[in-house]
Design a protein around this ligand. Sequence first.
Ligand SMILES: Nc1ncnc2c1ncn2[C@@H]1O[C@H](COP(=O)(O)OP(=O)(O)OP(=O)(O)O)[C@@H](O)[C@H]1O
Length: 516
Amino acid sequence: MRVCFCQSSKAASFLSLPAVNTPSSATCLHTAVSGCSPMLGDFWDLSQGHCLYVLPNGSARPVNVQVNEAAVVLKFSDGLSEQDTGMRCCCRGKRPDESKVTKELKIPDLLGVVLDPEKALLRFVHCPRRSSVRVREDVILQIQGDSEVLKQTDKWAKELSSKCHSMKGPRKYRVFINPASGSGQAQVKWEIAKELLDQLPWIQLEELRTTHAGQAEEVAEKEVNPESCDGIIVVSGDGMVHEVFNGLSKRPDAEAALRKLPVGHIPGGSGNALATSINHSAGESFGALEAAFLIAKGKTQPLDLMTVSQPSRPLRTSFLSLSGAIISDIDLGSESMRFLGGLRFAVYGVYCLLNPKPLQAELTYWPATASTVPGSSPPPIEEALPEGPWVTITDSFNVFWAINMAWASFDSHLAPGLSMGSGTWKLALLRNASRATLTKFLLNLENGGHVNLEKAELLECKAFRLLPQGSSGSRERFSLDGEEVPFEGIQLWPSLGGHVLGAFSEAPCDGVVSAL
Ligand SMILES: Nc1ncnc2c1ncn2[C@@H]1O[C@H](COP(=O)(O)OP(=O)(O)OP(=O)(O)O)[C@@H](O)[C@H]1O
């Protein structure tokens, strides 16, 4: 195997890879680096004849492989067509014997490189974007050489893999799959995600298909061991995410468990607000493959949690939202239409628009602009609020929607720009609005245009208390993280924070991949 060997002492000490070969004629590129600019300036050059590109039909062609700061570059010559590889030809129009075809696997699109030593196959786990959605386009190379070559290839693959993700060492995740969520798509979505995650040997998965409501909460509270587990993946809607954060928050070691165990969300429900917010905050489209891709990238982001108090029940934890009036009406009233998936909200929404039930209530909130923050423990809801810069609104709300992140469901961009770890919730309100305004509000939610409506208010707060005033019918309800809670006084108060799996991930810039 002919390899390019890096001359840079910085690179050599970073890698401490032994030189299999140091060809004097080998080309070696090195880009001077400074600050946090990419440092993958050197490249590994695997000559033709030692490395074969495995085509989908099982045949193989010689390929030259190089790594630079931004990509793995596969270079082919003679006889490979674009149809063979699905790749870009850089010399369109030239005669085949002059053609050179290259395929670039961008480092940000790679999750890792894994050698199967038995078969001498090297897999690049690769998910490029095609028209904004990610697709699986793994590349498989046949390595030709003795056991020493395979050993060095394996070492090189691990080195490159460490540039593709942020995981330090192996990761073990508990996975909760809800067969009853949404339109029953959780298993299908999980298969897409699992197929990807299974390619990465440093990720281990322990699956549990829930058999009843509340099971994920129990397991998160009593069975998950933060010493031997690195996170929880929920394959479901937001309801089961809510359960998991409640389970973790109830543990005697809640603080440590919430710090140690980030939660990932593969969207398998109807609303899927968390998966949508994570994916979009990371610059990805909404989808199961994108969610799994972000989990495999290994970055996390903080998530604010609130302690929820109501007179008739024990404290709960909320990670997402509290809604009232037409919003909770649509969310909860459409439960019997779960078989429709996300469409249930549109169908039942029309009914609610024709028969709106406003919420008469007193809202008291701690503005985010205040110079102080609420104390660390929530006051009992039966008691008066402690001293603070409280603001009170008593009115008839056509829309009441408190939210902790940008997206309230896959098609409701309720609070554009709101980060889930900002320490601030937004209150989206519409008061004394006509049916026409209410309709406009709902129709503009998907693109966030509702914020421009004259009557729409988007307040920022740290804590709030909502006291309904009187009850005028069976359709009055509150929806907490998408689940129904009693229609009575309710208070949300900042509590311990959690973390989620998935965040914006820059191209790695902390090292050099060099010679094999
Ligand atoms: N095996 C099961 N059978 C019945 N219910 C279950 C089961 N496993 C979990 N659940 C319950 O299903 C409830 C609803 O699930 P989930 O929220 O995941 O789906 P969804 O309501 O369709 O999605 P979304 O909340 O995004 O709209 C959860 O609160 C959970 O307690």
